[in-house]
Design a binder for this molecule. Structure first.
Ligand SMILES: Nc1ncnc2c1ncn2[C@@H]1O[C@H](COP(=O)(O)OP(=O)(O)OP(=O)(O)O)[C@@H](O)[C@H]1O
Length: 891
């Protein structure tokens, strides 16, 4: 805005644009009387986003667009804007119009008091009580990313340094609602962060000692050694910039951010981002909600803190046998103690969200109800302690030790507040009678003002002997004493004459004025005093933020443990044996989610899985589409993961040799990252597995190679299996589900590869799924039968059968996927032959007669057409047209 145009503006608009300029990238809600107004571009934006009428306001001759809403609608509109990813600054009037007038100002002073952003908010309307709301900041140096994240609503603040490759998985665990980056990345956004809501910060915030100094200032420490994060220098910049941003937006001290901790990955099982997604731990792959996820089955926590911790646990299963056993033991005790567990659930259920309560209390965005809830929650602690006191269990004992009673805080709040305080801290009525003498007096005066004046009147009448003395009130003098002229001579000297009327005189006395002052302002004063007392109480409680945060952490842990016990009991899970050995042995295992979601009357068929590093390292699992291959794979992954969470598992018996990492690669069509080639995604994931697996890992490969031609895919799958078998450093336990029956050949060549299949029966041309994993390979796909069951037009099915039998009678061992689509084109034939040849030369695999070179050329054309078609997307008419085209070719 040029100076000239500034000159023309009205004072209010000038003030608006000045403040707006200081808060770039935010929507400025500008308080004008009882309204929050927006102008110019902001007005156009919010009118569109919130469906509010757009009007115009005179601005020094110009018309500026204007849109606003009443101040009491802030709670409705603010969350809407922030949920849509906007940052919103609230600009309040910081003085009343009278003071402005007295000071000769044309407009009242205004100030931005708070900025709410997707990642920095205390608003309950924006927060999900069972989820953290993290904001992260990232700083890259060389190949390392320093990352810091915080949830301002709970006081959590952590930092870490990871390789570029690990960053994606880390962000996946944290799922930040906002990511801070240096401005310099604006035009070259790194891939790992592209899908997040980015806020760009001035480059200097990430430079030099600024961040480090800001952190040490905030924590009042000389260094960060005490937090064990001194060495994480790259992450200091990230943590510093994050603190800078949070301070800027909150405009408060953030006293509840008490510690920094290093978010280390080494103590936890590694789950890369695709594994977290594929195993559907907290987010469903299809709709993105929680239905059908592991957390939807496991979460029966009864506190918000427990709910949030559970999500963190699920994203970071343990990797140390001792720690896992400790959790299992605690769960076991709670599992067996049914009565105690039920009572504990009741007691915990009465406890409010201590983490968020103390955060709000610390930053001052709170009210008396929060304090009351804190008190009532703390009052539950003795009951909780009693439930676990008898456990004689290491973990539960440690929880018990950390549950301090906080008697002083409780008593102070209890004494101070009324039973059911109001939501507002401005209107009084918060404090109990008897808590504060001055307040009692003020309330007494306000309540009994008239009695008080009457008493004074009686006292004065007695004192002066003027029985007709009256006390009256008018707006000019306030309270006054009226004495008729008859008694004028009895008026004592300390009466001050104010007015002479025909028959009487009016007086005041200092005592009367004092009382008047008290009566008239007692209500206002008592409100102000209550405000001060509240602030005092709030600050007193905020002093205990650290203790309360620790209690919250202990309660969250206890809640998760009882939740595992409850869920395990209800779902008939068993306690797994977790050890350091190299065997995963599950008897009658079930898929925790699928067993709950099958249609009524359809039982889940349990299966055994045995994996080790000496004989059963790679299980090659074949079976028709829909047989249950993917389910077996995922179920094994989830079972291992649950065991390492310290939860019981859906099985009859389970021994889990510790797994350091789980990798998954699921079928190409099951998971398509937008815009990326299916095959490329698949190969990236496969490469990641081969580069990072160890003999302690568990790999779940579902139809690797499906994204390319049969020969390429088969060759890759073959070579990959050999690599995992032959290379000792990566010889991980592997489940390999495949449609390539040719891979069954591997069993005879490699000692630790074993064939399994999921049994089906054929009856009247239909497939009956037995869902049983049995030893041995298969050589039949049943693809056409499954297509039939899926409702493909009969004419297509019949023709497909004809083509298949033709192909087979031509000894054309063409590999086809389960839907009958033939995977071969003339152009690819040469390349495919070459690939096979190369594989054969290098590895001397047995001769596979995949293609007969004496194929009728018409078949080639049919095959091309079929390959180009997608029966799943075809309408019956399109299928018929294709069929008649095919017929013409082979005529
Ligand atoms: N053990 C089981 N008990 C009962 N139902 C099962 C079982 N396993 C799988 N199912 C059912 O079969 C369906 C298909 O299973 P799944 O997706 O694992 O098949 P698939 O062999 O991987 O198929 P495709 O090769 O087409 O991907 C599941 O959605 C589930 O409803």
């Amino acid at each position: 805005m040029s100076k000239k145009s500034k000159k023309k503006q009205t004072p209010l608009m000038r003030q608006y644009f000045d403040i707006k300029e200081k808060h770039p990238g935010t929507i400025l809600l500008f308080r004008v009387g009882d309204f929050y107004e927006t102008f110019s571009d902001d007005a156009e934006l919010i009118s569109k986003e919130l469906g509010i009428t757009l009007t115009k306001r005179n601005n020094g001759g110009d018309q500026t667009p204007l849109a606003g809403f009443p101040y009491h609608s802030l709670d409705t509109y603010l969350p809407k804007l922030v949920k849509r990813g906007y940052r919103v600054a609230i600009c309040e009037q910081t003085e009343d119009p009278d003071s402005a007038k007295k000071a000769g100002r044309k407009v009242v002073q205004r100030e931005v008091t708070e900025i709410t952003t997707p990642g920095v908010t205390m608003s309950e309307k924006l927060l999900d009580h069972k989820r953290n709301n993290f904001i992260a900041s990232i700083h890259w140096a060389g190949g390392t990313a320093g990352i810091a994240f915080s949830d301002i609503s709970t006081g959590e603040f952590a930092l870490s340094q990871v390789s570029k490759g690990e960053l994606d998985s880390m962000l996946q665990s944290i799922q930040p609602s906002e990511v801070l980056l240096q401005k310099k990345y604006k035009n070259k956004l790194p891939d790992e962060v592209a899908r997040y809501n980015i806020t760009y910060i001035e480059d200097w915030v990430y430079q030099g000692d600024y961040g480090y100094n800001l952190l040490t200032d905030h924590f009042s420490t000389h260094s960060l050694k005490g937090f064990g994060v001194e060495e994480l220098e790259i992450a200091h910049q990230a943590a510093g910039s994050l603190l800078h941003y949070m301070q800027e937006t909150q405009k408060s001290s953030l006293g509840h951010l008490r510690r920094l901790y290093a978010y280390e990955n080494t103590d936890y099982m590694a789950l890369d981002s695709s594994t977290k997604r594929n195993l559907e731990l907290t987010t469903a792959m299809q709709e993105g909600g929680t239905d059908g996820t592991l957390v939807s089955i496991l979460d029966d926590t009864v506190t918000a803190m427990g709910g949030r911790l559970l999500r963190k646990w699920i994203m970071r299963p343990l990797k140390k046998v001792k720690q896992i056993q400790k959790r299992l033991e605690a769960v076991d005790w709670l599992y067996k103690e049914h009565d105690r567990r039920h009572e504990l659930r009741e007691d915990l259920g009465q406890i409010g969200d201590l983490e968020r309560l103390i955060s709000r209390i610390s930053v001052g965005r709170t009210n008396a109800r929060d304090l009351k809830q804190l008190q009532l929650s703390l009052a539950q602690i003795p009951r909780v302690k009693t439930q676990i006191a008898q456990s004689d269990n290491e973990l539960l004992d440690s929880v018990n030790d950390r549950l301090k009673l906080m008697v002083d805080v409780q008593e102070r709040i209890e004494r101070a507040l009324v039973e059911d305080p109001p939501a507002s801290i401005r209107d009084g009525g918060i404090f109990a009678d008897g808590f504060d003498e001055d307040l009692d007096e003020l309330r007494d005066i306000a309540r009994n003002g008239k009695d008080y004046i009457a008493k004074i009147k009686n006292d004065l009448a007695k004192e002066t002997g003027i029985s007709s003395l009256k006390i009256g009130y008018n707006k000019v003098f306030g309270y006054y004493i009226e004495v008729t002229n008859t008694h004028k001579d009895k008026v004592p000297e300390h009466f001050i004459r104010k007015q002479t009327l025909v028959n009487s005189e009016r007086y005041i006395t200092p005592e009367l004025k004092e009382v008047e002052e008290k009566v008239l302002s007692s209500e206002e004063k008592s409100k102000t005093l209550e405000g001060e007392l509240f602030e005092e109480l709030r600050l007193y409680v905020a002093e205990f933020a650290d203790d309360i945060q620790q209690i919250a952490a202990a309660l969250a842990q206890l809640d998760c443990l009882q939740c595992f016990a409850e869920v395990s009991f209800r779902n008939n899970y068993v306690r797994p044996e977790v050890n350091d050995k190299d065997v995963v042995d599950v008897k009658k295992g079930r898929h925790p989610v699928v067993e709950k979601t099958l249609p009524a009357g359809e039982p889940f068929i349990p299966n055994d899985i045995y994996l080790d590093n000496s004989e059963y390292q790679i299980l090659m699992i074949t079976g028709p589409n829909m047989a249950g291959k993917s389910i077996i794979l995922r179920q094994t992954g989830l079972l291992v993961l649950m065991a390492q969470l310290g939860c019981f598992v859906p099985a009859k018996e389970a021994t889990i040799g510790l797994v350091d990492k789980i990798f998954t690669r699921v079928g190409a069509s099951d998971n398509l990252a937008a815009g990326e080639s299916t095959f490329l995604v698949e190969m990236n994931e496969a490469a990641n597995i081969l580069n990072n697996a160890t003999p302690k890992s568990l790999i779940l490969l579902d139809e690797v190679g499906r994204g390319t031609s049969t020969f390429d895919g088969l060759s890759i799958a073959w070579a990959l299996s050999e690599y995992l078998h032959n290379k000792p450093e990566v010889a991980a336990k592997t489940l390999f589900a495949t449609h390539y029956h040719e891979l069954n050949e591997l069993e005879s060549r490699y000692e630790r590869i074993k064939n399994f299949n999921i049994k089906v029966k054929e009856h009247d041309g239909k497939v009956i799924f037995m869902r049983k994993l049995v030893r041995g390979g298969t050589d039949h796909s049943y693809g056409i039968q499954v297509a039939n069951m899926a409702g493909l037009p009969q004419v297509v099915i019949e023709r497909a059968k004809e083509i298949l039998s033709n192909l087979e009678s031509h000894s054309l061992d063409v590999s086809h996927d389960g839907n009958g689509a033939i995977k071969k084109t003339a152009a690819k034939k040469q390349a495919a032959k070459k690939t096979t040849q190369e594989v054969q030369n290098q590895e001397q695999i047995p001769q596979m007669t995949l293609f007969d070179t004496h194929v009728d050329p018409r078949i080639e054309t049919v095959m091309d057409k079929l390959e180009a078609s997608d029966p799943e997307r075809m309408t019956p008419i399109e299928a018929l047209i294709l069929l008649s085209e095919l017929k013409k070719i082979v005529k």
